[in-house]
Design a protein around this ligand. Sequence first.
Ligand SMILES: *Cc1c(COP(=O)(O)O)cnc(C)c1O
Length: 416
Amino acid sequence: MLDFDTELKQRLDSIRQQGLFRELRRMDSPQGPRLQHNGRELINFSSNDYLGLANHPALTEAAIQSVKRFGAGSGASRLICGSLAPHHELEEALAAFKGTEAALTFSSGYAAALGAIPALLGRDDVVILDKLVHASIVDAARLSGAKIRIFAHNDLNELEEILKWSRNNPQPPISGSQRPKNVLVVTESVFSMDGDHAPLAEMVALKDKYGAWLMVDEAHATGLYGQYRRGLAEALGVSESIEIQMGTLGKALGASGGYLCGSRTLIDFLVNRARSFIFSTAPVPAAAAAAQAALQLVQSREGATRCEQLWQQVQVVGDDFRKLKLSPQESLPRLTSSPANATKPGAIIPVIIGQEAAAVTVATELRARGFLIPAIRYPTVARGSARLRITLTAAHNATEIAQLTAALADIFSHQS
Ligand SMILES: *Cc1c(COP(=O)(O)O)cnc(C)c1O
């Protein structure tokens, strides 16, 4: 046992030396723009609760009612006896919201990715990923056993090169099966750590040209983009051309769980083959009910208003940040606005700092000033691209945003 702990302590020391040590911070309040931590209030600019729904009365009340009717637990996996009415109602509401034939929910977005890709692909297939896709997609791709090819972030030329390669170099089936080799392209729509957008229309054209399938992870777009707030695919008018639409119920929708939307056939197939769905206890009824209430809310007048509020915050912060005159200095943290965000502002604002230790220093200074914006480091982003990931929500007010801008200006001016 001692040897075991000694070994792990050494590994932890190495993590610390690289400025990569992480620890949990306990919050003693519900999610919102202000959190209680260690007996003090922090202004929170780090959550994915973009519409401020996580503690909304419509969601909490739906969860309570569902607990009263269906209990706390779901008893078994969906295919045994855990497929409760709230799960079915949620999936019907989700398919209607997304405009697809059917939907399937999972205990998390991570589980949705892990269920879908290994169900759809095997060793004779190819999976093509954007360099910046989420860890859940990378892990799912690895688990599938398919050949993994990566294209530079949003680089359509490189994507096309890989598509050409996979068409022109059919590999002999390793497993001896006779079925044709399939090619799946996977991207996020709005990227989680950079906030920029995938060129979905061009990607649809490419995957159609080369006979590939497309899976789009709308984790940071569901509830926020498009006339009906279905996601970026709706905003760009390409939903119907995407074979697999993935997302989470835990971000703008304020609840918990993951989903996959598409044809009835896709969903029937996943029920039979997605192992993270089959071999896992069904989510608690409260989670499904809260997510369904969130879908209703997002599609209501209030949902539209909250979305407008969010885009107003985005506008204000964009203007404020442009006014911040910060002089970059060597070996000190630098505030650089990402080019992608300069053209397409969104709720995710990365402030790239670079060195891991420097990012931690800035995050600590922000915390001392009453702001919660943890440093995002490797392995969440590439080494040397550590950042503050500032996220806005509909629930923030103008004062909080002004205070944030002032704090950042102060911190960066002291460092230069
Ligand atoms: C958060 C996230 C997921 C995972 O969803 P969870 O419901 O949190 O498990 C998947 N993809 C992306 C891009 C994410 O940001």
